[in-house]
Design a protein around this ligand. Sequence first.
Ligand code: PNS
Length: 162
Amino acid sequence: MVAQRVIAVYPGSFDPITNGHLDLIERGSKIFDELIVAILRNLGKDPLFSVGERLEMVREATQHCPNVAVDSFDGLLVDYAALRQARVILRGIRAVSDFENEMTMALMNRKLDSNLETVFMMPAVAYTFLSSRLVREVVRLGGDVRGLVPPLVEARLRAKVG
Ligand code: PNS
């Protein structure tokens, strides 16, 4: 029997990508044949970076992972996963506080497509407090985010927020 290639989608806002996201991408790329980082296009919240900018940053930050592809999507995640023939949704859980929201999303996605499995992974402990929202806030208020985002993102944040 020939083993089937497992394609996973790692969806999110990535506004901007952080080292916590990158840590999860590197972990995911080791266990899935192909990992597609999928950036949500219709962000209700006013995004700091455009979809184009977020795509560029994620592409640059994941250049060293040959089996990682970067794309954007709109509409239902389950429809996008089916389009890309992905059987897995990858999500990160940083702390217990993430669990409830992630569980309801995973169960809703299972209800919408019972063939799709959500796999949770934990980032390195050093990133358990990290989120894109906090990074944006710290930068807006003049704080230092070195070591929390890839250097190219840090430069873009400085250029954008000043
Ligand atoms: O980085 P985020 O903001 O936590 O990512 C949330 C995301 C993009 C995974 C979620 O909002 C999503 O899947 N949106 C697509 C719309 C959808 O499929 N909704 C129903 C699933 S519960």
